[in-house]
Design a protein around this ligand. Structure first.
Ligand code: FES
Length: 71
């Protein structure tokens, strides 16, 4: 089976170079207050091909918007 198993508890892989999953990025951003650079250093995301850059940037924007709308 492929990497993009949406049933994984940590969510789908957002960065296939590092295998970083969506929920880890969410936790680091919302609970630990890390910005995209810290998330990259922490997980290895964005440090390979860079192909996940926009997807992760969009996801962080979504999370940021969610913070201001109560959840
Ligand atoms: S998919 Fe994230 S660096 Fe390649």
């Amino acid at each position: 089976m492929a990497d993009n198993d949406d049933t994984h508890p940590e969510g789908p892989v957002m960065c296939s170079c590092s295998g970083t999953r969506r929920n880890l990025i969410r936790r680091l951003y919302l609970e630990e207050g890390k910005d995209v650079h810290a998330i990259s250093r922490w997980t290895g995301a964005l440090s390979g091909c860079g192909g996940c850059e926009w997807e992760i940037a969009d996801f962080l924007k979504e999370l940021e918007a969610g913070k201001h709308s109560g959840k």
